[in-house]
Ligand binder design. Structure first.
Ligand SMILES: CC/C=C\C/C=C/C(=O)SCCNC(=O)CCNC(=O)[C@H](O)C(C)(C)COP(=O)(O)OP(=O)(O)OC[C@H]1O[C@@H](n2cnc3c(N)ncnc32)[C@H](O)[C@@H]1OP(=O)(O)O
Length: 715
């Protein structure tokens, strides 16, 4: 797992070998210990280079080993012995040096990086801190403010930034190992005392207390309940205030708390879940590794409202030529102006030229004759979308993939308008589409595996985390969300206020409570859908519709023109239309009181626990139904959708992981309780998959796929 050789006469070369990212497994650590000893004992060797095979230095500690009991040599003494070595040790960094990988490099006396390499200490994103000396060495090397930034955010830096910060000593465009060997030859025999980072004093910071207070406040705000970023600040504070050995003790202490925490488990689960969703499979058995995507050289977006604009910008930013079509001339001109600004702003942030020439603008659908893939993003209206698909099917060349950005309409109905329904899939982006990471790729019963593979690959090219899901109303995300928002309205009827509900949700870790979110996206959108479904009828305030409980509160607000932020009034009050700061609204409280009086409802005190259970458990129950129906292949798919599309706090893993942490038995018991209290809300009835999982002893979330597979094979 680490190979030793001698090159250029006097340089010992240690190569880490553990594909694909040379993670520091027990075997790799043992290999490093053995080969370092060999190099130091070899009298011919005057200096040593450590590199990784296949163009990757090291992706850090082996996260898969975290669940097992510790075996092999521990990281800290291994890195310490490298730093103490009496021969110069040079890290040759290609690809990635992350986490324990960078900590290993910081133990070396010199670091040479390839210009395309990325470096970082992303442990915080896994619920940990850089506990192999990283939290103590990095501040000593680059100063406290820069180390705090890297360690608390986990962001990766380019080789150029690493050079500027002083993390690496040299950057090369050529073969990194050759450059490192040349460098190692040049430093052989030179004194090493000034190269051991652990011996450096931490650079002095004026007003240390003020700096840490400020950083801690910012971190607490953005962490939304996550504990690792706070421990990271505490560890860096130890580096700034304590001698190295005492700082290391503090690092160890803080890590001990994090390592066994539920948050670390959730974040590590989420890391693997993100990778698992790329390995999609359809109920037909078609899979990611047996389906070949079609080549996509040119793309079209039809409809330039907010979503269409964001999608086109994201495509152009991914380097794809995009033809955009918008039938209304005025909207087309406005979109062109706004999109050019978006491209310019994005390019400025990334330090590149704006890809303005990648987008062409047209009002004529005939201009889509030669594109390979179209994303329809017109108004959310089935009849309009059907017309567009009929036209697209006639205009586009044979083989063009036709995708819809609908957020929940039936993809199969749209496919039925076309000559080739197998080439129709949903590509459900989230607003703002050039920013949000999530893409739901929706396959209908007739979508071909090749069409799914193509949409998934395009999503990847656009930098999205794409999840393949089946076709049903609302797909995965919005199907679950509907119950969440509905329960929140029921809570208002029963005595809560928007502030109370939102506070509970935000304290749980969502960036925005359900009512604040509703005000931001606009109450009128759901109202229009409910009116189309004949559920919302202006002037009506009945609380039972289609045989089940219904809350007309949102409809009643819309009837008053309260659409949310855009009208300056919604669940909250805003200083002016378009303003973003929500103020509690006495009018709304009075309106709720009158509403309750009109319906004979007596307000009761509702606590935070009930708010969370009522809002989150029905969603989780629906998640189980989605798994049972085969709409999502596994709990990871649902969790990734919720973390990246709906703001579910990542340190809680996602709704399905959260359920397993809370305990399936408890979720089942609470759902039974609420269903008994509200028998007119059918979806509160616990789903049979949940019952089954509890009956077989609540296996860990990683085992649910097997249970679901057995369930499906029995049907
Ligand atoms: C006492 C001291 C204790 C702790 C101190 C140290 C702690 C740590 O080091 S924690 C680990 C910190 N490292 C990271 O967070 C890096 C994680 N990896 C990545 O960011 C990326 O994988 C990459 C940038 C290194 C490569 O990206 P890419 O080329 O896109 O590949 P994938 O992400 O798809 O990964 C491929 C494959 O490798 C698995 N993998 C990646 N990193 C690790 C790892 N550190 N441990 C175990 N496995 C890892 C990943 O899951 C993929 O596996 P599959 O192909 O099976 O899906």
């Amino acid at each position: 797992m680490a190979q030793y050789s001698r090159i250029s006469g006097s340089v010992g070369l240690i190569t880490l070998k553990n594909p694909p990212v040379n993670a520091l497994s027990a075997a790799v650590r043992q290999g490093i210990v053995d080969t370092v000893e060999k190099a130091l004992c070899d009298p011919q060797v005057k200096s040593v280079v450590i590199c990784g095979q296949d163009g990757v230095f090291c992706g850090g500690a082996d996260v898969k080993e975290f669940e097992k009991s510790m075996s092999g040599p521990p990281l800290i003494p291994m890195i310490h012995s490298i730093e103490c070595a009496t021969k110069p040790m040079v890290a040759a960094i290609e690809g990635s040096a992350l986490g324990g990988g960078l900590e290993l490099a910081l133990g070396c006396h010199y670091r040479i990086a390839h210009s395309k390499a990325r470096l970082g200490l992303p442990e915080v994103t896994l619920g940990l801190l850089p506990a192999a000396g990283g939290s103590q060495r990095l501040p000593r090397l680059i100063g406290v403010p820069a180390a705090l930034d890297l360690i608390t955010t986990g962001r990766h830096v380019t080789a150029a930034e690493a050079l500027q910060l002083g993390i690496v000593d040299q950057v090369t465009d050529h073969k990194t190992v050759d450059a490192a060997v040349k460098f190692a030859l040049s430093v052989a025999g030179k004194p090493l005392d000034a190269r051991r980072i652990s011996t450096y004093p931490c650079p002095v910071v004026t007003d240390l207390d003020a700096l840490f207070e400020d950083v801690m406040q910012k971190v607490r705000q953005s962490a939304r309940g996550a504990i690792a970023p706070i421990a990271c600040v505490q560890a860096v504070r130890a580096a700034a205030t304590l001698p190295y050995t005492r700082g290391m003790e503090r690092e160890k202490e803080l890590m001990a708390t994090l390592f066994t925490s539920g948050q670390a488990r959730a974040l590590q689960y989420n890391f693997f879940a993100q990778r698992a969703v790329g390995k999609w499979r359809m109920p037909s058995g078609a899979r990611w590794d047996t389906s070949t995507p079609r080549p996509v050289h040119k793309v079209a977006v039809i409809g330039l409202g907010t979503m269409g604009r964001g999608i086109a910008v994201a495509l152009a930013q991914a380097g794809l030529p995009v033809v955009t079509v918008e039938a209304q001339e005025k909207q087309l001109m406005e979109a062109k102006r706004v999109m050019s600004d978006m491209l310019k702003r994005g390019a400025k942030r990334r330090g590149v030229a704006p890809p303005l020439d990648k987008i062409s603008y047209s009002s004529n659908i005939q201009d889509l004759a030669d594109v390979d893939l179209v994303i329809e993003a017109v108004f959310e209206d089935m009849d309009l979308k059907k017309k567009v698909f009929l036209q697209l099917s006639a205009v586009c060349k044979p083989g063009t993939l036709l995708c819809t950005n609908t957020s929940g309409l039936d993809v199969d109905q749209l496919a039925s308008q076309t000559r080739n329904p197998e080439l129709v899939v949903g590509m459900h982006f989230f607003a703002p589409a050039h920013v949000m990471k999530l893409l739901e790729v929706v396959y209908g019963p007739r979508s071909s595996p090749q069409a799914v593979a193509t949409a998934m690959q395009l999503g990847k090219k656009m930098g999205k985390i794409s999840v393949a899901v089946g076709n049903c109303r609302g797909f995965v995300g919005n199907r679950m969300l509907k119950l969440y928002t509905e329960q929140a309205s029921f809570l208002l009827e029963e005595g809560a206020t928007p502030d109370l509900v939102d506070r509970a949700i935000e304290e749980f870790g969502f960036p925005m409570g359900v009512f604040r979110m509703s005000d931001l996206s606009g109450l009128d959108i759901g109202w229009r859908v409910r009116k189309e479904m004949k559920l919302a009828v202006p002037g009506q305030s009945a609380r039972i519709r289609e045989g089940r409980r219904y809350s007309p509160l949102g409809d009643l607000l819309c009837e008053q023109g309260r659409f949310g932020q855009k009208t300056g009034r919604g669940w909250y009050r805003y200083n002016k239309p378009g303003d973003r700061v929500a103020h509690s609204d006495p009018w709304l409280h009075h309106f709720l009181e009158e509403y309750r009086a009109q319906h004979g409802l007596v307000a009761r005190r509702i606590d935070q626990q009930e708010i969370l259970e009522r809002c989150l458990y029905p969603m989780i129950n629906e998640g189980f139904r989605i798994l049972q129906d085969g709409i999502a292949a596994g709990p990871e798919d649902i969790d990734v959708i919720y973390v990246f599309g709906y703001g579910w706090p990542r340190h809680c893993g996602g709704p399905m992981f959260y359920a397993s942490m809370v305990g399936l038995e408890k979720v089942l018991e609470r759902l039974e309780h609420y269903y008994q209290a509200h028998p007119d809300v059918p979806y509160l009835q616990p789903c049979s998959l949940l019952r089954r999982l509890v009956a077989i002893g609540s296996p860990p979330v990683q085992k649910w796929r097997e249970v679901i597979k057995n369930l499906h094979s029995q049907l």
